[in-house]
Design a protein around this ligand. Structure first.
Ligand code: HEM
Length: 386
């Protein structure tokens, strides 16, 4: 049996994960992590195949690396298998599909222009709190249509949700009260009465009134617009700006050719995947390298490692905006592939375009990484623009 004895959720591993990911990949196609009682798939081919074979790798027993959340979160979109999953996904995907987003694109672009004008006047700013957070927090919270109290707390609830999806360490335990608060908020009568009628959250309840999903699932589906939509996009934006700062020649290429922006975003999400991985449970016995793994085993699918697998990518550690990185697994793959990726790309593209017209070079100060059980990126990212 291939085993690797690491705590993937300890501070030092979270801050420096890539050496561990490579060691796991090199050990074999499936590696047992005794500290977490998890089987880990870290190579590209195996992770992609597992995401495709959803009948064998089920999400319906939770996608976290701990039992507390896995027993509480059942019935969410992300923790439901097809065919039930298809019904929920169809409803939440409505406003997030690329054509449905076209009408809100101009408002996002205008907001990005206003933001970047302001940052250019400041000249020095924090790339996370003053820049990357702005569009997700202002635009997204408004179009979801939650009453004010919810909008003020969204960031805290969102990052707690990801902390709780890792192992139940101190970070995971500290996240639990915040998640319970989010749950109470999404089921509270005042919240439901205060939803804006033209917002995405209200549309979920109308879908339930039409019989497309059961009413009891609506609070969990409202959370689909809150928990996964903020930090993911914010951290991806921060990592992209950091990479542009570290590799000015890559920024120069993007700045002089806007058609490279889409590829640069994919490349940043490949290289610095905001979500390191989620879990699945096997529904039959599996065999890797002649090692039989019984049905019912929990597997950690490490998207962030697959995205740096040297078996798949040439020079995987190089940031190359001209690389064709479209088949990275940073948004997942298969039936649960990120339903919000068009919105995330729209927000990040608007920001990069606004910078491209004004900034010749991003000068980086000393950044501070966020320590979250599942997410990767920066908590602070000082930038001066030239
Ligand atoms: C750069 C930004 C983003 C990244 C890197 C990201 C990443 C991911 C990944 C890896 C998954 C797959 C989960 C799995 O395999 O079980 C996923 C699913 C999901 N994402 Fe995103 N996401 C981003 C932005 C967003 C946004 C903006 C929203 C909402 C507006 C969103 C909502 C969701 C939802 C609801 C799911 C579950 C889909 C399902 O189970 O069918 N995400 N995301």
């Amino acid at each position: 049996m291939h085993t690797y004895d690491v705590d993937l959720y300890a501070d030092d591993t979270i801050l420096e994960p890539y050496g561990h990911y490579r060691a796991i990949r090199d050990l074999g196609p499936a590696v047992f992590l005794p500290k977490h009682d998890l089987w880990c798939l870290a190579r590209y081919e195996e992770v992609r195949a597992a995401l495709r074979e959803y009948n064998t790798f089920s999400s319906a027993q939770g996608v976290a690396a701990n039992d507390v959340i896995n027993t509480q979160s059942l019935g969410n979109t992300i923790t439901t298998d097809p065919p039930e999953h298809n019904k929920m996904r169809r409803v939440i995907k409505g406003p997030l599909a690329a054509p449905a987003l076209a009408p809100i694109a101009p408002a996002i672009e205008e907001e990005a222009e206003r933001l970047v004008d302001r940052l250019m006047r400041q000249k020095s700013f924090d790339g996370i709190t003053e820049c990357a957070q702005h569009l997700p927090v202002t635009i997204v919270s408004k179009i979801v249509g939650l009453p004010e109290g919810g909008r003020a707390n969204m960031l805290r609830w969102a990052s707690a949700t990801f902390d709780a999806l890792g192992t139940m360490n101190e970070r995971g335990r500290e996240a639990l009260p915040h998640i319970q608060e989010l749950h109470r908020y999404c089921t509270d009568e005042d919240t439901l009465a205060g939803l804006s009628s033209d917002g995405w959250a209200a549309a979920i309840w109308r879908a339930a009134d039409d019989g497309r999903v059961p009413h009891w699932k609506c609070p969990a589906m409202m959370r689909d617009y809150v928990s996964p939509s903020l930090d993911t996009t914010i951290l991806a934006t921060g990592s992209l700006l950091w990479l542009f700062g570290r590799f000015p020649e890559q920024w120069e290429m993007v700045r002089s050719d806007e058609s490279l922006i889409a590829g640069a975003i994919n490349e940043a999400i490949r290289l610095e995947s905001p979500i390191r991985g989620f879990t699945r449970v096997s529904t039959r016995e599996l065999s890797y390298d002649d090692e039989a793994i019984p049905s019912g085993a929990r597997f950690l699918l490490l998207y962030a490692s697959a995205n740096r697998d040297e078996r798949k990518w040439r020079d995987p550690e190089t940031f190359d905006v001209k690389r064709d990185a479209r088949d990275h697994l940073g948004f997942g793959f298969g039936p649960h592939v990120c339903v919000g990726m068009h919105l995330a790309k729209l927000e990040i593209t608007a920001l990069v375009k606004a910078f491209a017209r004004r900034v010749g070079r991003f000068e980086l100060g000393e950044p501070r990484r966020a320590t979250n059980n599942v997410l990767r990126g920066f908590a602070r990212l000082p930038i001066t623009v030239h």
